[in-house]
Design a protein around this ligand. Structure first.
Ligand SMILES: Cc1cc2nc3c(=O)[nH]c(=O)nc-3n(C[C@H](O)[C@H](O)[C@H](O)COP(=O)(O)OP(=O)(O)OC[C@H]3O[C@@H](n4cnc5c(N)ncnc54)[C@H](O)[C@@H]3O)c2cc1C
Ligand SMILES: NC(=O)c1ccc[n+]([C@@H]2O[C@H](COP(=O)([O-])OP(=O)(O)OC[C@H]3O[C@@H](n4cnc5c(N)ncnc54)[C@H](O)[C@@H]3O)[C@@H](O)[C@H]2O)c1
Length: 457
């Protein structure tokens, strides 16, 4: 059978791939989008959206519990059913992507459900339920194959009924207790949400602290907040052995054990690169990520966007890179990709927002570093807030240039406070200019003014 000729094939339709396929189709290009699972990828069905629905509900419970000590008494009765139902019906359509497929087709793209592989430059093969389709590509192939949950090779773990994020977002009811392997963003967000619904949670983190990529000050605030809610945080000790006999038992490296009725593995992600024919275009299928230039080109006629580029596993990075690739594929001008001011928010309570470099990254880069940390509880707004007002603003400056190169905001609405600091790092606004701004009273973001004042620049 002759291969069908098209302008662009998108392999994997995560947030970036879906957006790119629809946008190019709307521009009049002939586009085939391929996904072996659900159009939209991890974020809408198993990642950001369902977990943030859990967090919204869990935060409402926490806020109701704060009535005591501020405004009287609130009688709080958590119902997991409400969350499970909202995720099933409103977020994921019961894990059915019919609406997303229709949206893509309405934009003018053709959708194929199946596993796609490169079969040489400009050639793609798709294995579908009905057989194999061959595609010949005129303009380019875009890879957006994303990640799977990584399962560490811990003795006894394979073969037990452990959960990953893909199971937790579908739980019809909650377990009595949960061990969480990994204290990264997924582990911490889910641990706190489920604990607020009454689950007895223990986090086991092999690294020396939870939220390892964040500033140490941020990890400390979040650790204290989780512990204050009754979550056990075991950091600095990995699990060496897992057994299951109706309940889980984890033996940790220090000889202690953690028992729980269920186990969530949140120990990082594995990139989907091994089985997409990278070798047929001269790329290394065992590489940790796909190297791309500032236009998202991986090689001649091949682009890559999203988690697989290793530039930050976030939906906003996937979408940003898709827009860069769209500009390149349609012959438009830049701007091309720039990662100096990548931001992220971990939606624990308190939230952790961060942008650009941490203090350590700035020092490792050889910059002339100045830092300052301003505690939120000491601000007027923090003092008024009273209950659960922990948090801080940390700024990292390149003293030589007089600009911020990074910042961290921890606290109630920490992710929202971050906004102006993202602008500051991105646009390299001089610290002197930032200090001359007005900061409304009494806001949390006024703490930024305190931190800037303490920089000594
Ligand atoms: C629990 C959780 C919470 C998260 N929360 C946030 C958050 O709050 N904010 C945030 O910014 N990010 C969050 N993320 C990260 C976010 O989900 C990802 O960064 C985002 O989905 C972008 O991924 P992607 O575009 O690389 O592709 P993905 O979303 O991983 O999608 C890749 C797609 O490719 C398909 N595919 C793979 N191989 C093939 C193949 N060979 N053929 C056909 N199809 C293929 C897959 O089926 C999948 O649909 C979260 C992730 C998780 C797991
Ligand atoms: N709010 C957000 O933006 C958000 C939320 C969730 C996930 N994400 C994205 O998804 C990615 C994946 O999240 P994640 O939390 O799975 O990964 P992660 O890599 O951020 O964290 C995994 C953690 O597991 C630990 N770990 C690994 N092996 C272990 C073991 N054997 N025992 C104990 N601990 C172990 C690691 O030290 C690490 O701290 C994140 O990096 C992030 O980019 C983003």
């Amino acid at each position: 059978m002759a291969a069908a000729e098209v302008d662009v094939v998108v392999i994997g339709l995560g947030p970036g791939g879906e957006h790119l396929a629809a946008s190019l189709a709307r521009e009049g290009l002939s586009v085939v989008g391929v996904d072996r699972r659900l159009v939209g990828g991890e974020c809408p069905y198993f990642g950001c959206i369902p977990t943030k629905m859990m967090i919204r509900a869990a935060d409402a419970l926490a806020e109701a519990r704060r009535v005591e000590g501020l405004a009287g008494v609130a009688d709080v009765h958590p119902h997991w059913d409400d969350v499970a139902g909202r995720i099933r019906d409103e977020a994921t359509d019961d894990w059915d992507d019919k609406v997303a497929v229709e949206r893509l087709e309405k934009a003018g793209a053709r959708f194929v459900r199946g596993h796609a592989r490169l079969a040489g430059p400009g050639r793609v093969t798709v294995q579908t339920a009905d057989g194999t389709q061959e595609l010949s590509v005129r303009r380019g192939v875009v890879l957006n194959t994303g990640t799977e949950p990584a399962v560490p090779p811990i003795d006894g773990l394979a073969g037990t009924p452990y959960w990953t994020n893909r199971d937790v977002v579908r739980l019809p009811e909650l377990p009595a207790s949960l061990a969480v392997l990994g204290g990264g963003a997924i582990g911490c967000e889910l641990a706190q949400s489920l604990a607020r619904f009454g689950v007895d949670v223990t986090i086991v983190e092999a690294g020396e602290r939870i939220l390892g990529p964040e500033e140490p000050e941020a990890s400390e605030v979040v650790t204290k907040a989780l512990e204050a809610e009754g979550i056990t945080v075991r950091a600095g000790v990995g699990a060496e052995q897992v057994s299951y006999d109706g309940a889980f038992s984890l033996r940790l490296a220090d000889g202690s054990t953690v028992g729980a009725s269920s186990l969530l593995v949140a120990a990082g992600r594995r990139m989907n690169l091994g089985d997409i024919g990278l070798d047929t275009v001269g790329l290394d299928p065992s590489a940790r990520s796909i190297e791309v230039d500032e236009r998202m080109r991986a090689s001649d006629g091949l682009w890559a966007v999203g988690d697989i580029t290793g530039k930050g596993a976030f939906t906003h990075i996937s979408m940003y890179q898709a827009n860069v690739a769209i500009r390149d594929l349609t012959g438009a001008d830049g701007p091309w990709a720039d990662y100096r001011a990548v931001s992220r928010v971990t939606f624990t309570d308190p939230e952790v927002g961060s942008v650009g470099m941490t203090e350590k990254q700035a020092r490792d880069a050889g910059l002339d570093v100045a830092t300052a940390v301003a505690p939120l509880p000491e601000s007027s707004r923090g003092w008024i807030h009273k209950v659960d007002n922990e948090g801080l603003v940390k700024v990292v400056a390149d003293a030589g240039r007089g600009v911020l190169v990074g910042a961290t905001t921890v606290g109630p609405a920490g992710g929202e406070i971050l906004g102006m600091l993202v602008t500051a790092v991105h646009a390299e606004v001089p610290v002197a200019t930032l200090r001359g701004m007005h900061f409304a009273y009494p806001t949390f973001h006024r703490t930024i003014e305190t931190a800037l004042g303490d920089l000594g620049l």
